[in-house]
Design a protein around this ligand. Structure first.
Ligand SMILES: *Cc1c(COP(=O)(O)O)cnc(C)c1O
Length: 398
């Protein structure tokens, strides 16, 4: 909603801090929104029932089709991303898979990145080919590689930026400028940045995808997904969604809505904490390398500064030493919990090789491109001096 500014006599866009509190629709008497904990909604009469059944994305028909709490949270997310509309799913993978299944058919071609979230990569490598969709993966930092991969049947380019594990950045505008003249859609997984730090639709991305499990929910308590796009595409994707059924429960939608209220504050703190921790790590003698788009040492720092207004929670770094030393470091951290995920209030740290450590030797991991000394740290909202002290004491254990 745009508000009239009496001083300027013009239209003024609300700030994010305000719209996350007010843009989810009219309040009834309850200050906190009610949870519509119901699978189904009754009609007054048969005529109204027909209308409910026939209206796309009706928020009060059947919860797999929609729910008032979903609608409220989605309104805020769409505002934050600057898209016409948004819809919610039961997980980030629900958002990604439902979108891909809607847009693609046998005979189509997709361009994706060499590095994607693990389950997205699995869809690209294993599932889409099974359904007759051809996939080319390209090095995401190389715009020319995207250009070279375009074929007459290319339907979609899927990007994700920044991406695991070394926070490589994709030039969103450059990819959109290649895609659109050829009628190719661009979908961007914006999970790692959050809409507070990057708005891919501003650069022309047609669909912006989120694991709302991360920053948007922000408390490591729900899994949820969001698809932000035009009304027309959302309706198509919604039709698939009603069949696929990656539904978010009304309770989890409510927790997401509650999380959204503090998103701007949380991300502001997280950005500041993560940059400070990245700088601190870079100055420690036990650290081999730090990967953070906000650091001038990041090879794509200039591009990151151009398309991001902050650099997010995830700081990746390599410890001097091997598997054992890295394991000792991660085990010695007290404040950051040893858990996957990112973008929430708690700091989390993962020794990435530990996921394969039980089944691979150090030599095998090296061949597979999994460095044994790699740590992924998602910085939370704790006090930065406490986080630095904790990291410092753990580094002394190496
Ligand atoms: C976590 C994540 C996903 C998957 O989201 P879920 O909510 O776990 O299904 C997809 N993309 C990125 C970049 C993620 O970090």
């Amino acid at each position: 909603m745009q508000k009239q500014d009496p001083e300027l006599g013009g239209i003024k866009q609300q700030h994010n801090e305000t719209l996350v509190i007010h843009e989810d629709g009219n309040r009834d008497r309850s200050v906190s929104p009610p949870i519509y904990y119901t699978a189904t909604f009754q009609a007054e009469n048969a005529a109204e029932f027909t209308e409910m059944a026939e209206t796309p994305r009706h928020p009060e028909y059947y919860t797999r089709y929609g729910n008032p709490v979903h609608e409220r949270a989605a309104k805020i997310i769409a505002k934050l991303e600057g898209t016409e509309t948004a819809m919610l799913t039961g997980s980030g993978m629900g958002a990604i898979s439902t979108t891909l299944l809607t847009l693609l058919r046998a005979g189509d071609h997709v361009i994706a990145q060499t590095r994607h979230y693990m389950s997205t990569a699995k869809i690209m490598d294993e599932m889409l080919p099974k359904f007759g969709v051809d996939v080319t993966v390209v090095e995401q930092s190389d715009v020319q590689a995207f250009a070279d991969a375009i074929k007459p049947n290319t339907k979609l380019i899927m990007i994700e930026t920044p991406a695991n594990p070394t926070l490589v950045v994709t030039d969103i505008k450059a990819v959109v400028d290649l895609a659109h003249p050829q009628g190719i859609l661009v979908a961007a997984d914006n999970t790692f940045a959050s809409p507070m730090n990057q708005r891919p639709h501003d650069y022309g991305a047609d669909i912006v995808l989120h694991s709302a499990t991360k920053y948007l929910g922000g408390h490591h308590d729900i899994t949820a997904g969001a698809i932000c796009t035009s009304e027309a595409l959302a309706e198509q994707i919604w039709r698939t969604h009603t069949a696929i059924g990656s539904v978010l429960s009304p309770m989890d939608a409510w927790l997401l809505l509650r999380g959204l209220r503090t998103l701007p504050m949380r991300v502001e703190r997280i950005n500041a904490n993560a940059l400070a921790l990245a700088e601190f790590l870079e100055a420690q003698p036990q650290i081999e390398q730090v990967y953070y788009p906000g650091l001038p040492s990041h090879p794509q720092h200039e591009l990151a500064k151009k398309q991001m207004s902050g650099f997010g929670a995830v700081v990746a770094f390599a410890v001097k030493g091997g598997y054992k030393e890295t394991e000792r470091f991660v085990s010695s951290l007290h404040l950051s919990l040893n858990a996957v995920s990112l973008g929430g209030v708690d700091s989390l740290a993962v020794h990435t090789a530990a996921m394969w450590g039980g089944v691979m030797t150090e030599e095998q991991m090296k061949t597979a491109g999994i460095p044994s000394n790699f740590v992924r740290y998602s910085v939370g909202v704790e006090h930065i001096e406490d986080l630095k002290n904790d990291v410092w004491q753990a580094l002394q254990q190496i």
